[in-house]
Ligand binder design. Structure first.
Ligand SMILES: NC(=O)c1ccc[n+]([C@@H]2O[C@H](COP(=O)([O-])OP(=O)(O)OC[C@H]3O[C@@H](n4cnc5c(N)ncnc54)[C@H](OP(=O)(O)O)[C@@H]3O)[C@@H](O)[C@H]2O)c1
Length: 305
């Protein structure tokens, strides 16, 4: 019987339990994936610790995105067959497992240049960056983009995608990440530990806000009139945006297999690289959460199964 990670109570990493669960059965429009790489996202440990208990119920099977091979397909699935190498943001549960199901519409072929661990690291974070820049941000070539928390999972993809789309990218990160960020397309890098970004940045068209709080509050002043701030940590402060003459939107990532195909093509063309900070076996998920919760990981963490 296959292994999966679930929680039966809210709490620290110790509530993560390795269990043996029946293999999921795909519905007519779903794909069953034998998982080889599953991503850790901050959402996972936010759910685990119970800060979102109003939205999620116990027992909860964590995990949003995976890479693996197709094991079985539902009756209406035409695009995938048993044995295909795929990756997917499957939703907000079920990814920490040896087997996971996804809507076929959320699945795409795995980028051929990535192994399963690296491919599993991509879907949720890259889709978030894609949707923040292309949908909510509507980034145009030549625009100036400020990416807060640029060295993290989402930030790394946001820097590379914004650069690819022709944006002028300014990134905030600790000094140890500056060479990495310059190497993936940031034209300017600011050490937020030593420099207040508002003293050195101005005329920003688009802020990719992956921090919120006082970082968001200080961002309005560096933007062009009418500029856009997109926040991934809940709705931005609309009153402050209006008072400053700015626009703002909240990002909530959604699965999208078509977008993953486009992201995969960019990866295989060498335009987007995947930075893997660490990889843990499924059983060591607690260590993976502890590392993610430091808030200072460069790139992504994955589980291998
Ligand atoms: N709403 C959505 O759709 C959505 C989707 C994905 C993620 N999110 C949320 O977005 C946030 C970022 O996600 P993630 O996966 O990128 O997280 P992550 O990988 O854990 O981010 C870690 C990075 O944050 C940087 N950082 C921490 N504090 C910072 C600060 N004050 N200024 C600049 N950089 C800072 C760290 O850089 P240094 O090491 O250099 O300090 C580190 O590289 C999380 O809160 C997550 O829950 C929301």
């Amino acid at each position: 019987m296959p292994k999966a990670i679930r929680i039966h109570e809210w709490g620290g990493p110790e509530v993560l339990k390795v269990e043996v669960l029946p293999r999921p059965v795909p519905k007519f429009d779903e794909v069953l994936i034998r998982v080889h790489g599953a991503s850790i996202n901050p959402l996972d440990w936010k759910i685990r610790e119970g800060s979102r208990r109003a939205m999620y119920t116990l027992p909860y099977h964590l995990g949003c995105d995976v890479a693996g091979t197709v094991e079985e397909t539902g009756a209406s699935v035409k695009d995938f067959s048993r044995g295909d190498a795929v990756y997917s943001m499957i939703g907000r549960e079920g990814g920490y497992a040896e087997y996971a199901v996804a809507k076929a519409s959320a699945v795409a072929p795995k980028p051929i240049t990535l192994n399963f661990a690296k491919a599993g690291a991509v879907p949720l974070a890259a889709l978030t960056a894609w949707q923040m820049l292309n949908e909510n941000g509507n980034l145009k070539p030549g625009q100036r983009v400020l990416v807060h928390a640029a060295a993290g999972g989402v930030g790394g993809f946001a820097v590379q995608l914004a650069h690819h789309l022709g944006g002028y990218v300014i990134a905030t990160a600790s000094a140890r990440n500056h060479d990495y960020l310059r190497g993936i397309g940031a034209q300017e890098v600011i050490d937020y530990n030593t420099t207040k970004f508002e003293t050195v940045v101005r005329d920003i068209d688009l802020v990719i806000d992956l921090v919120a709080g006082e970082v968001q509050a200080r961002s309005w002043g560096v933007m062009k009139p009418g500029g856009m701030l997109v926040c991934a940590l809940g709705p931005p402060d609309a009153a402050k945006a209006a008072a400053a003459g700015m626009q703002c939107k909240a990002q909530s990532v959604r699965p999208d297999g078509a977008q993953l195909r486009e992201i995969g093509a960019l990866i295989d063309a060498g335009k987007i690289k995947v930075e893997l900070a660490a990889s843990f076996p499924l059983e060591k998920v607690g260590d993976a959460h502890t590392l993610s919760e430091t808030g200072h990981v460069r790139g992504k963490i994955v589980l291998t199964a």
